[in-house]
Design a protein around this ligand. Sequence first.
Ligand SMILES: O=C(CO)COP(=O)(O)O
Length: 251
Amino acid sequence: MSRRPLIAGNWKMHLTVAEAVQLAKALAETARNCPDRDVLIAPPFTALAAVCTAVAKSTLLVAAQNVAWEVQGAFTGEISPTMLTDLGIAWAIVGHSERRQIFGESSAMINRRIHGALGNALHPILCIGETLAERESEQTFTVLQQQIQEGLDQVTAEQMRTIVLAYEPVWAIGTGKTATKEQAQEVHAFIRGLLTAMYEKAVADSTRILYGGSVKPDNIDDLMQQADIDGVLVGGAALQVESFSRIICFQ
Ligand SMILES: O=C(CO)COP(=O)(O)O
């Protein structure tokens, strides 16, 4: 089963509108030269409109970094799925570990966001990952299973066609400590097995599972050679044209 690679950059809370547009335009050029893979960027909310306009004619995909579950109402600080589709956005990151850990988002809340996205024609990228303490106490698989089952609660096999999963071990995010390719592959294979049990093999085989956590130009090629790693979700190294272009052009 061949899955189309997806190289995604999460810009987190970085860049002005002008900086974001400049970076997006440069990356659109890189993406154009690599037509056999999907390239996605997730700018901060403030830059989404300008970036969407700037890359509208390119193949670059644009995502929001989060999404609300209701389409409108008294939800101060939230951005609704239809506000995103109004800009032409088709993707949203959901359940990033920074949302879970710093802002206290629960699995139930993340599941509501997933349904908010799915119900409004957005492709969710559901992030999951264990902390260092959980890995050291050998709870990695239990934690991931719980995050996936709760995050995907009431999600149908049909809806799974539009969902991407991103495995981001918390201890590897922004630390320079990437999981080894063997560690990442082991978890990705576990996740695919879990999807087979929850749905069916065809769903597991067609779901893209990204790795995230200190992905850099010097480890991308090894990671992408693993059987169950279908792409990456990159933080720091996605903020510079040179490093992210090298990651996009993995061999
Ligand atoms: O959190 C991440 C992407 O969502 C990974 O961040 P880094 O690539 O900076 O470790």
